[in-house]
Design a protein around this ligand. Structure first.
Ligand SMILES: Cc1ncc(C[n+]2csc(CCOP(=O)(O)OP(=O)(O)O)c2C)c(N)n1
Ligand code: SF4
Length: 274
């Protein structure tokens, strides 16, 4: 029997904590539909998170789930995967969680090409703690900790993860739910470090403070400012400048950490299980 989305939700945990119009809900919807389509066995999946609005997601999913400490989800997930390589381990994280306090874990999980899927919800702000700027808040934008405009520069985490050596890197926005599902499906069916960035809207802290309108206006802005990377490659740079690039940036099948680990174990034991 085909899996229904409702079968994958912990109904008793609802209502969820997210504000009306929060983009994290769109991501959860796309993730659930993809897992239902793949007809996964619940016991084979483990979803791990750190702390933040984004990181509350696993609590609503009826799988093995682990809500850990801020920034450390990838470290816990690495341990889970090494202890039980048969599990499909999915990490969900916010921009603060994975690019600030958890940035070092991200670099090394991607460098190892560790067999994990990281779904990264980038809403350009620390939502849960009332809107401090994050490493993803663009210069000059307002936050509770940058009331006169952010002095820092944000950066492209997809490029960082690519440089670290991940097997798969893709980006979509909450205005592109079909792309989110396509990229998550690929990530969940391939080995190595799979990174899917989803740009989400935080109307409560980022949108309101920066006078971007409500969730609908923020989603329309994502749509209006987005270009697929394959289309962008055919355009002159001035037409791409300032746009959000979405698409699949890296798609390769280099040996993963577990490939190397298993090869070494075989070499040392001659294939005989201790
Ligand atoms: C060690 C530690 N430092 C700081 C915090 C406070 N804290 C909780 S959530 C959070 C930011 C979450 O932001 P993000 O990861 O961008 O997710 P969002 O809430 O925007 O979805 C912070 C700073 C914490 N819980 N633990
Ligand atoms: S504060 Fe922002 S990120 Fe958190 S639930 Fe509300 S809209 Fe979403």
């Amino acid at each position: 029997m085909a899996t229904e989305v409702w079968d994958l939700i912990r109904g008793e945990k609802l209502p969820h904590i997210w504000c009306p119009g929060c983009g994290h809900g769109t991501l959860m919807n796309a993730l659930l539909r993809t897992l239902a389509k793949l007809d996964v066995n619940k016991d084979d999946i483990c979803v791990v998170s750190g702390i933040g609005c984004a990181s509350r997601l696993p609590g609503y999913l009826d799988f093995n789930t682990l809500h850990t400490t801020h920034g450390r989800a990838l470290a816990f997930a690495t341990g889970i995967k090494l202890a039980n390589p048969k599990l499909k381990v999915i990490v969900v994280s916010g921009d603060g969680d994975a690019s600030a306090i958890g940035g070092n874990h991200l670099i090394h999980a991607a460098r190892r090409n560790m067999d994990l899927t990281l779904i990264w919800m980038n809403n350009n702000i620390y939502g849960m703690t009332n809107g401090q700027y994050s490493p993803m808040t663009p210069t000059d934008m307002l936050a509770t900790t940058s009331p006169y405009g952010n002095l820092e520069r944000n950066f492209d985490l997809c490029k960082l993860v690519e440089a670290c050596g991940a097997n798969y890197v893709a980006r979509a926005t909450a205005a592109h739910p079909r792309n989110i599902s396509t990229y998550i499906e690929y990530a969940l069916t391939h080995d190595g470090f799979n990174f899917v960035e989803v740009i989400t809207q935080c109307p409560t802290y980022y949108g309101r403070r920066n006078k971007m309108g409500g969730p609908v206006e923020m989603l329309n802005a994502f749509k209006a400012n987005t270009i697929l990377n394959t289309a962008a490659a055919k355009l002159p740079p001035e037409q791409v400048a300032g746009k959000i690039l979405i698409g699949e940036f890296v798609k390769k099948s280099e040996p993963t950490y577990l490939d190397r680990y298993e090869a070494l174990a075989k070499k040392l034991t001659g294939g005989v299980k201790p």
